[in-house]
Unconditional design. Sequence first.
Lengths: 341, 381
Amino acid sequence: MTFLSVSDLQVSFSTEDGTVKAVDGVSFNVERGKTLAIVGESGSGKSVTSQAIMALHTGRGTTVTGRIELDGIDIVTASEEKLRSMRGNEMAMIFQDPFSSLHPFYKIGSQLAEAVHAHHKVSKKEAKAEALRMLNKVGISNPEQRLEDYPHQLSGGMRQRVMIAMALINGPELLIADEPTTALDVTVQAQILELLAELQAEFNTAIILITHDLGIVADMADEIVVMYGGRIVEKAGLHDLFYKPQMPYTVGLLSSVPRLDSAGNRLLSIGGQPPSLINLPTGCVFNPRCAAKNPEIAPRCESERPDLREVGENQFVRCHLDDEQREKFATTRLEEVFGGE
Amino acid sequence: MVSDQEILKVTDLYKKFPITKGALLKKEVGSVNAVNGINLTLNESETLGLVGESGCGKSTAGRAILRLLEPTSGKVEFEGTDITTLSRGEMVPMRSRMQMIFQDPFSSLNPRHTVGSIIGAPYEVQGIKPAGGVKNAVRETMERVGLNPEHFNRYPNEFSGGQRQRIGIARAVTLRPKFIVCDEPVSALDVSIQAQVINLLQDLQDEFGIAYLFVAHDLSVVRQISDRVAVMYLGHIVEQASRDDLYTHPYHPYTHALLSAVPVPDPKVEAQRERIVLRGDLPSPINLPSGCVFSTRCWQAQDKCHTDVPELQDMGNGHKVACHFPIMEFLGNSLIIGPDSGMTEQPDRVVPPPSEVLQSLQGGRATRPKGIDYAEGEEPI
């Protein structure tokens, strides 16, 4: 059975300027021990999707519809009590900013112990022992001493390790990492990614990794969902996405990112700006910026919303272009930047 | 086209921030050593990438070079004039020739000024009256950086992050300066917008012959835009070379570690790579380690490294490194690749270091040791 299955997820917020459909019809599955990467720019709906899985959209004016099934339990309709018992226990989340996600007034040790107490009836001593074990696991030196530290006494990398320790302390089966390394330096990022991969192998955790960095995706993901304007525009396995990208947007991303191992060819940027969710373009949401649009197909791109359709084994794309046109576009673009790789 | 004309020369630049104690007498009890004696040169139309992790002093260096922060000591010669000795009044006309682009496109623009007045401000400050009027000149600059000139009277909050960064760039190039310090100009932008801004900066350089000091932490971006690259660690330049030399043949262990840590958007390559994971955290810039600043985290540090400060020495071709035991291994396509990939064997070195230099190095180690980890029991500081 599928471990996590999200189907037709819709999240909208009503604001003064009108209703914002932040996530529109998102569906995907994640299995235990696998990593799904959600890639997208700001405003693409990637974080909103992950927050919906944690059932964090409780504010007024927020509507969440669709099904999110975690191990057979529907999160959208579950009671708050049930959700509270699941959060931190069966599913946990690591946030981008390790500076603001720890409470500044409490010691690391008591924050970690609290996470244990919330879900298990254990003595203080046992909770502390558990906290110590987790700090050890995430590679913090002098864990006994660190338990007595306040968050401000730790460096950014260490705080992120504490966050990971806290998220994993109850052995959740689903871990959502929302840009877990964006605030960190590259060498620290390498440490954290390595740690996540090790812990995943040990606990068989399913990870949803939200990021804008295609390098991290190439390193960590098994399957990838590319989001744009609140929709999934491409869904594919790791190698298919990087070597056989279908959606012109994905191709655009791949050819606009400077790479460590290639120098100097001019980047092919995607023109224009990401769309405003209040005022989405008609037709394909990507069409105003699409470089693959040709006069022949343009009227269709500009008027008709494309469906997500299967174009290869487990590869889906939301684009009106036919197979041949998409492939031609992808090959010429990538060749232009990377010289025939 | 990089010319031979040297435009900027930084000699022995120091910037220390004093730590004081006491309310009245402000006794100095120590200092944060942000920049510790760096030397740089920059030619006309050249881009020098200054990379390093947060806290390495790269931004402070950029600001001290422009005298936005007063350097503690050292010389900054711009077009032959040592600007560190100029008075405030004398600095004003210099500023029309040297500019800055900031990281954060949100806080670097005054929200109460229109775009037109932000971009036109340099004319007013410098008392320059362009032919055809300020308004026309501003519109022209706006058009040049890809902004709609009709948005002249709009306020910054009406623009997206990428467009705001264009406003910041327009302001910097208004007076057609010869030198711009770009402090992380693309790190706050979305991926698809980053490429637009990088391309724009390159076009402006080609058109106006601007030299950039490009301060950034993203090594991929730096490789894309730079002609030469300097790597900073704890306020020191530990390695400096032309772009391709630095990325294909780094000598300093820290550069190796940095390069190995950057993920590459290519799954097959990623699967083969070996990552050098540095243990421990950056030492405090208040108490710098003795000897080599990197010695506390270096996996091949020996006794000498903890006591003797390595000088920046030329390994040939202008490739300078500050290390007692530089790594001699050639990295080929700039990637640190695992031992089993069959790609570690590389034919010829692109930059054969002069044999004299090699011999003068005491027991210069030929290869990078495998299994990059701290020795058991060694506690990183």
